[in-house]
Design a protein around this ligand. Structure first.
Ligand code: PLP
Length: 379
């Protein structure tokens, strides 16, 4: 199998599975239990928190484990609005956020909030700090802007947005969905300037079902997500998913080893893929994505779902980039305002540290064959 869909999820390394197995079978204590098995688990959870917090560049006490990135996004938006309820009920976000943010914003609209969705300037997918800041008003409680777009790989200017907010409207809180940015683009929570940062484990070799939310010092008493037994500083109650958290920490530890070399490898693979794929007739690059692991292209005129199915039959996994979901282009592709034949052919390739040039060659070959042997859509 050739797996070129690391932005969807990633394989779990053996060491991560082993770390989880040990927790599931031997170290299965509840961290809230008062005997040795429980106390030991409590100590371990705090060590694992420290590992993830170090990679994110924050204090361990600012990091709260969640069940996924979606949960972190929902929590951050709700907590930000709650914290700033005296400021107003206006949110600024982008039209290219993941649905975990967009749907939460839509839910907030139904509860009386007003939301401004900033669109990319053009087909590059670029959104500047100025674009975001010009939408901010005195009653803007929260700005929520993703760090890296999951479909086209654009890197959004979070640092500049944070600096601009400080000057324009210092009370406005900033959330960034860094699910595709964490350990892919360099940043630290300490220097980024965001008040909330969402991350998710399964994009970097951890199992599905674990993520974390960073909550900064400007939110001293955050709105709890789940009330109950008092876990996660009484903000996100529920018995800790110890095996998942162990896997998260192990995956982060493994990724951090030679991280720069891994990122350089992914960027090299992306550059190689661009060279190989652009040699295919009718293939066009989509967006100006700078993230090292995400490449969006269109085989203009050939429906993306057919491409995905054809490649899948040959054991090659790529994504339709959420394009053509139920016959419509994804909201991200739609926001680029591409013509119908280009939008209809968008696929996403995404890479991991283990992706090889041979795998890219096989994918390019399959795409060329698809182009040469399959019927394009009618004009
Ligand atoms: N945000 C972005 C940018 C994502 O790419 C994803 C997952 O694809 C999510 C949020 C949701 O993360 P999770 O699958 O952990 O809920």
């Amino acid at each position: 199998m050739i797996y070129l869909d690391h932005a969807a999820t990633t394989p779990v390394p053996r060491e991560v599975a082993d770390a989880m197995y040990a927790v599931l079978t031997e170290q299965f204590g509840n961290p809230s239990s008062q005997y040795q098995l429980g106390l030991e688990m409590k100590r371990k959870v705090e060590l694992w928190r420290k590992t993830v917090a170090e990679a994110l560049g924050c204090d361990a006490k600012q990091l709260f484990f969640t069940s996924c990135g979606t949960e972190g996004d929902n929590w951050a938006i709700q907590a930000g609005l709650w914290q700033n309820r005296h400021v107003g009920r206006h949110i600024v976000t982008t039209a290219i956020e993941h649905n975990a943010v967009l749907e939460c914003c839509k839910w907030m609209e139904r509860q009386g909030c007003e939301v401004t969705y900033v669109s990319p300037r053009d087909a590059s997918g670029v959104i500047t700090a100025e674009d975001i800041l010009s939408a901010v008003r005195p009653d803007t409680a929260l700005v929520s802007v993703m760090m890296v777009n999951n479909e086209i790989g654009t890197v959004l200017p979070i640092r500049q947005i944070a600096a601009g907010l400080k000057a324009k409207n210092p009370k406005t809180l900033l959330h960034t969905d860094a699910v595709q940015g964490f350990m892919k683009v360099p940043f630290t929570a300490r220097t980024l300037g965001a008040d909330f940062i969402t991350i998710s484990g399964h994009k970097l070799g951890a199992p599905k079902g674990v993520g974390a939310l960073y909550i900064g010092h400007r939110i001293p008493n955050p709105r709890p997500l789940l009330a109950g037994g008092g876990q996660e500083q009484a903000l996100r109650s529920g018995t800790e998913a110890t095996a998942q958290i162990a896997g998260f920490a192990k995956a982060v530890e493994l990724r951090r080893q030679d991280l720069n070399a891994k990122l350089a490898h992914m960027a090299g693979i992306k550059a190689y893929a661009i060279r190989q794929l652009t040699a295919i007739p009718d293939l066009r690059l989509i967006g100006a994505g700078e993230a090292p692991h995400i490449l969006s292209v269109s085989l203009v005129g050939w429906p993306s779902q057919n491409i995905v199915n054809d490649l899948s039959a040959q054991g090659i996994c790529v994504s339709a980039g959420s394009a053509c979901h139920q016959g419509k282009p994804s909201h991200v592709v739609a926001a680029l305002k591409l013509d119908k034949r280009t939008a209809g052919g968008v696929i996403r390739l995404s890479f991991g540290p283990e992706t090889s040039e041979e795998e890219i060659d096989a994918c390019a070959e399959a795409l060329r064959r698809h182009h040469d042997t399959r019927m394009p859509m009618l004009k």
